[in-house]
Design a protein around this ligand. Structure first.
Ligand SMILES: Cc1cc2nc3c(=O)[nH]c(=O)nc-3n(C[C@H](O)[C@H](O)[C@H](O)COP(=O)(O)OP(=O)(O)OC[C@H]3O[C@@H](n4cnc5c(N)ncnc54)[C@H](O)[C@@H]3O)c2cc1C
Ligand code: SF4
Length: 898
C-alpha cells in the first residue's frame, strides 16, 4: 500500500497482532485495504482495463437499484392517488421518452430507471413525469396483467413474507385423498440429461440482492456470518433456534459476508473475492446450491433473506471470467493481504502430514497445512484422474479452458461426496479449480486408489516419516432401514446409486457402465441424498432407455435381432422390451419437441411409467431437506417428482423372478405435531427402491484395527490437546460455532504422534460441505501446535516424495492372456503388496482421461471388484474372469498402464 502510508502502517500492525482491529474497526480497516489489493492485482496481471470495465458493468446497475428504491419501494408502494391514464398509455409514453433520448429499448429496465432517476435530479421541474412514472409502477404492483411488462425485472422483484410452514409450493397431484404431492402449477422444469440444471441469477439480480443487504457489520449485527444470537451482546444466552428447529449458527466459516457485499456494491469484484477468501479460501466449494447457513441467519427473518450464496458465486465467477481469473483465484489462496494469519504461504518447515480423504474437509486441511509450510500427502480410496500436465505447468488465461459441460465432463474423482454425491445442480467445474490450485503446490502430492486401512496403515504413516495423520474419510456406511427383502434385486442404497452413476460415468452417452434402473421408482428418505437420488433417477432413466435402444439397433443391424435375443432369459427379454418401448417414446418426444422448436418434456412420459416418488415417514415439513435447505426441495419438485408423506417402509414384495415389484409401507398419521404409526398398510408398485436413511461417521479403521481409537457411540471420541499436555476427552459440542470442537482422536504413540479427524467423520461437522471446510479451518491451528511437540522433522523432501510415488502408484507390470476365460494381471503397487491379506478385494479401474473413445463409446474399464490372488515382490496378482464388457477390456491393458 505504497499510496497510503497510514494504511501501510496499519497493515504492519495488523499482521503483527496489534490491537484496534476487532469488530467494526477491523472491518473498516479491511474495507479500506481491499481496493488496493484489487488495483495491485490488476497491475500485476496487466488487466487494468478489464478490471475497470467489470467495475463499470457492475456499477451500471446502480441506476436500476436507485429506481427500485425511489420509485417502486418509496413512491409506488405508498401511492394513494388516482390513475387518470391507462397502463397502455403510460407504457407508450415511456417508450417515446426513451426513444426521444436516443436510447435503445434493448435494456428497457435500465432505460426507464435512467429516465426516472434523471427526473429526480430536478424534481420540481419534472413533477408531472415523476407522477406518471409513479402511476406506471403503481399499476404494475396492483395488476398482474400490467406486471407482465416487467417480467424478470430486478426492480420489481420484492421480498416476500416467509412462512416457515409453507416454504415449498405444492399441490395434490389429483383431487383425492392419498394422492401424492407435486410441484405447484406452472413450475415444472424440463430437464434433459446431466447439464448444469441451474443457470444462476444474472448480474443485475445479484446486484439487487447486494443492495437489499443492510451491511450489518457496521453495528456488529451481521448474524449471517456470526450467527443469530438469542440476545444481541449477551453471548452466554447462545444462538437462536428457528421455528423449524435449526440452530442459527450463521456461516460456519464466519465469512465476512457483509463486507464482501459492500465491496461488490461499489464494483470491487476482486476485492470482494479477497474479502470472502479471508475466511473461506475454498470459496469455489461453497455458495449457490451448496450452502445456505448464512441465509438462514440473515437479519431478515420474517421476509426473504438476502441470497448470499448467489452473490458469493457471482463474485467468484466475475473474477474467474477476467483474463487470468484462474490465476487470480490461485494467487489469493497463497497470498491474501487481507488475512491476518496465513497471508503468505510459508516455506517448507520439515513437517509432513498425511491427509486421508480428499473431500472438502481433506482438501481444505491440505490447503491450510501447505500455507503453514508443511508437506502434505493426500490419499483417497477412490480413483482420482490426473489433470492435463500443461495446466500444472503453465498459467491459464481463460477460465473457459477449465469449464466443461457437466453432461460429458470427465469425473475427476477429486472432492469426495461433493464430486460423486452432489448432483449437476452445482457446477463441479469449481472442484477442478480447487484441485488445480492444490496440485500445483510443490509440497503437495496426491494419490487416488490408496485407502487408509488398506494400502496404508497408521503405523506405515509413521514409518514413512509422517508427523501427523488427519482422517477426513467422510461418512462411512449408510444407516440401514430394517425391512423385509431389502437385498432383493432392484433394492439399492441411494448413495451407492449416486456414486455408481457418477464414478462409472453411467449417465454419459459414451459410457459402457451397466447400471440398471426401472420405473416406477421409490426413494425412501427425507434428506438431501434422497432428493438428489430422485432427480438423478429421472434424468438417468431417460438416458438409459435411449442408450439401450441405440445400442440395440446398432447390434441388431450387425448380428440380427434373433441372435441378439438368443442368450436372454425370460426376465431379461421383458426388461429389454420395456426399455426399448420407453426408448422409442423418448425418441418420439425428442422429434416432437424439435419440430416445435422447444425443449423435450419427459415428465409426462416418466409419470406414465409410474414416476419417481419420494417417500418419507413424516411430513415434508419435518424432513431434513425441508428444515435445512428447502430450496433444494423446491428445485427437485420442479423436475416432476411425486412426494408421499407418512410412509414407514415395511417390506418389498417380489415378482416371480425375485425382482422387487412393490413396496409395502405402514401408514403414519400426524397427531398434535407427532407422526404415529397407524394399523394400516399401504402398497405401491416399485421396480426400483432406493434407501437414503442417512449415514454414520466413518470409523471403519477401528473395525479393521480394533483398539486403535476410542469410540463414543457411532463416532470417534472427541479430544482436545493442551500444549505439551496429554489429550483430553471432551463432550461433543452443540454446534459448529462452539469454541472447542475436539479435533483429535484418542490416538497417541510413544513418539507423540496424534491423529485428528474432521468433516463428516466428526460428529460436530457432519453433514455439509461448508461445515467440512470449517472443521479443517478450526482444526489446523491445533494440528500445528501438536506438531511443535514432536522430535525434529526435516529430511530430504524430494527423496520422500520420490519414495511415496514409488510406493503408492499402481501400474500394470505383467499381463497373461493365455487362458481365454481368465486374464492374469500383475499390478505393481508396493505398499498394497506389502499389506496384502488373503481374500482381500481390490477395485480395478482405468482412468477415463486415458481411455480411447470408439464409435461414441468410451473404452474405459468401469469399477471392477477383483479379489487379490497373491503377491510377488512389489506386485499384486489379480485374476479377472472374462465375463462381460468391462472385464474383457482388462485384456487390452499393457505393461506400464496406470
Ligand atoms: C447426495 C448428497 C447431496 C449432498 N448435498 C449437499 C449440499 O447440497 N450441500 C452440502 O453442503 N452438503 C451436501 N451433502 C453433504 C456433503 O457432501 C458432505 O457433508 C461433505 O462432502 C463432507 O465432506 P468430507 O470431506 O468430510 O467427506 P467426503 O466428501 O465424504 O469425502 C471423504 C473422502 O474420503 C475418501 N475415503 C473414505 N475412506 C477412505 C479411506 N479409508 N482412505 C482414504 N480415503 C477414504 C472418500 O473416497 C471421499 O473421497 C450432500 C451429500 C450427499 C450424499
Ligand atoms: S446478509 Fe443479512 S445479516 Fe448479513 S449483513 Fe446483509 S442483511 Fe445483514
Amino acid at each position: 500500500a505504497e499510496g497510503d502510508r497510514s494504511l501501510a502502517e496499519g497493515l504492519r500492525a495488523y499482521r503483527s497482532g496489534g490491537e484496534g482491529f476487532e469488530g467494526v474497526l477491523g472491518s473498516d480497516f479491511l474495507l479500506s485495504l481491499a481496493p488496493w489489493v484489487e488495483r495491485f492485482i490488476g497491475e500485476v496481471f496487466a488487466i487494468e482495463a478489464e478490471v475497470r470495465a467489470l467495475r463499470e458493468r457492475t456499477r451500471s446497475h446502480e441506476v436500476v437499484m436507485a429506481f427500485k428504491k425511489h420509485f417502486v419501494l418509496r413512491r409506488a408502494r405508498r401511492y394513494r392517488g388516482g390513475f387518470p391514464w391507462s397502463f397502455a398509455e403510460l407504457d407508450q409514453w415511456l417508450d417515446q421518452e426513451v426513444r426521444r433520448r436516443g436510447w435503445s429499448g434493448e435494456d428497457r429496465e435500465w432505460a426507464i430507471a435512467r429516465l426516472g432517476e434523471g427526473w429526480l435530479e430536478e424534481e420540481a421541474a419534472h413533477a408531472e413525469a415523476i407522477d406518471r412514472l409513479t402511476q406506471w409502477c403503481g399499476l404494475i404492483l396492483q395488476d398482474p396483467q400490467a406486471a407482465l411488462a416487467v417480467q424478470g425485472w430486478s426492480s420489481f422483484r420484492l421480498p416476500q413474507r416467509v412462512d416457515p410452514e409453507a416454504l415449498v409450493p405444492l399441490k395434490r397431484w389429483e383431487d383425492r385423498p392419498g394422492a401424492p404431492l407435486v410441484a405447484a402449477e406452472g413450475s415444472l422444469r424440463c430437464r434433459d440429461g446431466f447439464h448444469l440444471t441451474d443457470p444462476r441469477m444474472d448480474p443485475r439480480d445479484v446486484q439487487s440482492e447486494v443492495h437489499y443487504c443492510l451491511y450489518c457489520h457496521a453495528h456488529e449485527g451481521d448474524f449471517c456470518a456470526k450467527g443469530f444470537p438469542e440476545k444481541k451482546g449477551v453471548a452466554e444466552l447462545g444462538l437462536k433456534v428457528d421455528p423449524l428447529g435449526v440452530i442459527l449458527t450463521g456461516c460456519p466459516l464466519e465469512e465476512r459476508i457483509s463486507e464482501m457485499q459492500v465491496l461488490k456494491r461499489d464494483g470491487w469484484s476482486i476485492a470482494a473475492l479477497a474479502m470472502a477468501m479471508v475466511d473461506n479460501p475454498m470459496v469455489p466449494a461453497t455458495g449457490h446450491r451448496i450452502c445456505n447457513d448464512c441465509m438462514k441467519s440473515c437479519i431478515y427473518q420474517k421476509q426473504d433473506p438476502v441470497n448470499i450464496p448467489q452473490v458469493e458465486t457471482r463474485i467468484l465467477t466475475d473474477v474467474l471470467n477476467l483474463p487470468w481469473g484462474v490465476e487470480i483465484y490461485a494467487l489469493l489462496t497463497r497470498w491474501n493481504p487481507l488475512r491476518r494469519t496465513q497471508y503468505l504461504a510459508q516455506p517448507y518447515n520439515g513437517r509432513k502430514v498425511l491427509v486421508a480423504g480428499m473431500g472438502p474437509a481433506g482438501f481444505t486441511m491440505a490447503h491450510h497445512l501447505l500455507q503453514e509450510g508443511c508437506a502434505v500427502v493426500g490419499i483417497d480410496g477412490l480413483k482420482i484422474e490426473p489433470l492435463p500436465q500443461p495446466w500444472l505447468e503453465q498459467p491459464i488465461r481463460d477460465w473457459s479452458r477449465l469449464q466443461e459441460d457437466l453432461d460429458d465432463r470427465i469425473l475427476l474423482g477429486f472432492g469426495g461426496v461433493a464430486e460423486y454425491g452432489i448432483t449437476v445442480r452445482w457446477d463441479k467445474n469449481f472442484l477442478k479449480l480447487i484441485y488445480l490450485t492444490l496440485a500445483r503446490r510443490p509440497n503437495f502430492q496426491m494419490f487416488g486408489g490408496v485407502r487408509l486401512g488398506g494400502t496404508v496403515t497408521v503405523e506405515d504413516a509413521w514409518a514413512l516419516g509422517f508427523d501427523h495423520v488427519c482422517i477426513a474419510t467422510g461418512a462411512g456406511l449408510p444407516r440401514m432401514v430394517p425391512m423385509g427383502e431389502s437385498l432383493a434385486r432392484g433394492m439399492r442404497q441411494a448413495s451407492d446409486f449416486l456414486m455408481a452413476l457418477q464414478l462409472t460415468g453411467a449417465g454419459k452417452r459414451s459410457s459402457l457402465a451397466n447400471l440398471q434402473v426401472r420405473l416406477p421408482a421409490v426413494v425412501i428418505g427425507g434428506g438431501l441424498t434422497a432428493v438428489d437420488t430422485a432427480t438423478e433417477v429421472q434424468a438417468y432413466y431417460v438416458r438409459q432407455v435411449e442408450k439401450v435402444l441405440a445400442r440395440y439397433e446398432r447390434m441388431a443391424a450387425r448380428s440380427g435381432e434373433e441372435a441378439l435375443r438368443a442368450g436372454l432369459c425370460a426376465e431379461d427379454t421383458e426388461i429389454l422390451d420395456e426399455f426399448l418401448s420407453h426408448g422409442r417414446a423418448v425418441r418420439a418426444e425428442r422429434a416432437r419437441a424439435a419440430a416445435e422448436h422447444e425443449a423435450p418434456n419427459f415428465v409426462p412420459l416418466i409419470r406414465s411409467w409410474g414416476g419417481v416418488t419420494l417417500a418419507y415417514r413424516k411430513g415434508m415439513r419435518q424432513s431434513p431437506a425441508y428444515t435445512r435447505n428447502h430450496e433444494e426441495l423446491i428445485k427437485a419438485m420442479e423436475e416432476g417428482l411425486y412426494y408421499r408423506e407418512g410412509l414407514e417402509p415395511l417390506r418389498a414384495e417380489l415378482d416371480r423372478y425375485g425382482h422387487v415389484a412393490q413396496m409395502v409401507f405402514r401408514q403414519m398419521h400426524e397427531t398434535e405435531g407427532r407422526w404415529l404409526a397407524s394399523d394400516q398398510d399401504w402398497s405401491m408398485p416399485a421396480r426400483a427402491v432406493f434407501i437414503a436413511a442417512g449415514t454414520v461417521p466413518n470409523t471403519l479403521y477401528e473395525r479393521e484395527y480394533p483398539g486403535t481409537f476410542q469410540l463414543d457411540g457411532d463416532h470417534f471420541q472427541t479430544h482436545v490437546a493442551h500444549p505439551r499436555g496429554p489429550l483430553q476427552a471432551v463432550q461433543v459440542a452443540e454446534h459448529c460455532k462452539a469454541p472447542e470442537s475436539g479435533p483429535f482422536t484418542s490416538y497417541t504413540d510413544h513418539g507423540g504422534h496424534r491423529i485428528s479427524f474432521i468433516g463428516d467423520t466428526h460428529p460436530v461437522f457432519h453433514g455439509s460441505v461448508v461445515k467440512a471446510i470449517a472443521s479443517a479451518k478450526a482444526a489446523y491451528p491445533q494440528v500445528m501446535r501438536s506438531l511443535q511437540g514432536l522430535a525434529d522433522g526435516g529430511g530430504d523432501l524430494a527423496a520422500f516424495q520420490q519414495r511415496l510415488r514409488h510406493l503408492l502408484r499402481a501400474r500394470v507390470l505383467r499381463i497373461d492372456r493365455g487362458n481365454p476365460a481368465v486374464v492374469e494381471l500383475w499390478v505393481e503397487a508396493p505398499l498394497a503388496a506389502r499389506n496384502f491379506r488373503p481374500g482381500q478385494f481390490f477395485r480395478l479401474q482405468t482412468y477415463e482421461s486415458h481411455s480411447a473413445e470408439r464409435a461414441g463409446t468410451r473404452l474405459q474399464i468401469p469399477v471392477l471388484t477383483v479379489s487379490g490372488a497373491g503377491v510377488e515382490g512389489d506386485a499384486v496378482r489379480l485374476l479377472v474372469l472374462q465375463w462381460g464388457t468391462g472385464p474383457r477390456l482388462v485384456g487390452r491393458l499393457e505393461p506400464g498402464d496406470p
